[in-house]
Design a protein around this ligand. Structure first.
Ligand code: NAD
Ligand code: UD1
Length: 333
């Protein structure tokens, strides 16, 4: 078990201005851990970090660096030392990745290789990478455990699988503590002060529900009600972002050497209609919806086996669907 007092240098949080990265910043500030954020603001702005600065009465060291810019990244690592790196920076839209796979390869794979090169040059040994359940593709069995075949069906998922391999294949990381975390569907907000603020129209379910609740969209499009699920709509494993960050904390504190893959989910599936109903009941807001054809590339059902992370890292999700819906809305209403 790592002792936080052994962190003689800050933690680097790449993509720290984004939805999940800024939640990690919040957790580190709460635990009084020094951190530094790198982000190019391609899918975020500084508002979450500014809110956290006010809330915690601190200045968050922020560097506007594109991880594809090898020279700038090297200079940055030459000027700063880090005890650990949590690598969130990346593009995450499946549709955009289909339209522009080269951009996704360059941004997510080449960018991550640059981060990895700098990590190795500095000799950093405590690392977390944001992977995704999307690497599993269409599930062959449920719940999906970490041994399930990796068979991504879109370029975004391929970039996540490729970056995992960059860590797994590299001899250096056999001497480091590396956690490859495959997130399922994160939603919610940190203590209701910061939340998800994607640039442009949201692709994902919860940010779209929030847009309908705010009156920005007239109704939610439900993509398909003819799946083989109880009510015909898609089933996913939603996880509260506070729980997800606690999983990162457990990963950071675990000093077992080697590269380990962990699912991070609740281990339970909820359908789109169940999400809508829970959101309406908890927040007393009506979410009108219309059934549309299935969305390209969507699967019927996806939820995680979560025994490995519970057994190895002693982490399991605590917050339920009601908390996710309430907290997501409280910061976005
Ligand atoms: P996000 O878009 O809110 O945050 C990602 C951040 O990375 C953004 O602030 C963006 O500006 C930054 N970034 C992107 N490319 C960059 C580059 N080249 N250089 C520097 N910064 C760059 O997304 P998020 O939801 O916070 O996701 C964080 C990570 O988790 C991503 O890698 C994503 O693929 C992964 N992930 C997210 C989910 C999810 O549902 N949110 C699920 C599985 C995995
Ligand atoms: C999507 C990505 C996945 C990525 C994850 C997090 C696709 C095919 N998959 O997962 O690779 O890791 O986001 O970024 O894009 N839904 C609606 N209406 C909407 C939005 C979604 O009905 O407006 C439904 C979907 O059909 C699905 C469920 O809600 O059944 C969840 O969708 P979403 O939030 O986009 O997540 P995933 O599809 O699981």
């Amino acid at each position: 078990m790592t002792d936080v007092n052994t962190f003689s240098h800050p933690i680097l949080i790449t993509g720290g201005a984004g939805f999940l990265g800024s939640h990690m910043v919040a957790l580190c500030l709460e635990k009084r851990i020094d951190l530094v954020v790198v982000d190019n603001l391609s899918n975020s702005d500084l508002s979450n970090l500014q809110t956290l600065e006010k809330h915690f009465n601190v200045t968050i060291p922020f560097f506007n660096i594109d991880i594809r810019d090898q020279d700038k990244l090297k200079d940055f690592f030459n000027e700063h030392r880090f005890s650990a790196v949590i690598h969130f920076a990346g593009l995450k839209s499946v549709a955009e990745s289909v339209a522009n796979p080269d951009l996704y390869h360059d941004n997510n794979v080449v960018g991550s290789q640059n981060v990895i090169d700098c990590i190795k040059a500095q000799g950093i040994k405590n690392l977390i990478f944001s992977s995704s359940a999307t690497v599993y593709g269409d599930p062959q069995y449920l719940p999906i455990d970490e041994d399930h075949p990796v068979q991504p069906y879109n370029p975004y998922g391929e970039t996540k699988a490729q970056v995992e391999e960059l860590f797994i294949q590299d001899e250096y990381f056999k001497t480091a503590s590396v956690k490859l975390l495959r997130y399922f569907n994160p939603v919610g907000s940190y203590k209701c002060i910061i939340g998800e603020k994607p640039n442009g129209m949201p692709n994902n379910l919860m940010p779209y529900i929030l847009g309908v609740a705010r009156g920005e969209y007239d109704f939610l499009n439900i993509y398909g009600d003819d799946y083989e699920t109880d009510d015909g709509t898609g089933v996913r494993d939603y996880i509260h972002v506070t729980d997800l960050m606690e999983a990162h904390w457990s990963a950071l504190m675990d000093d077992v050497i080697g590269c380990e893959i962990y699912n991070v989910g609740c281990g339970k599936g909820f359908s789109v209609k169940e999400m809508v109903k829970a959101f309406e009941e908890v927040n007393q807001v009506k979410i009108p919806y219309q059934i549309q054809p299935r969305r390209d590339g969507d699967i019927a059902t996806c939820y995680a086996a979560v025994d490995k992370i519970k057994n190895h890292l002693n982490w399991s999700a605590k917050l339920n669907l009601e908390s996710m819906c309430r907290d997501a809305w409280s910061v976005n209403s």
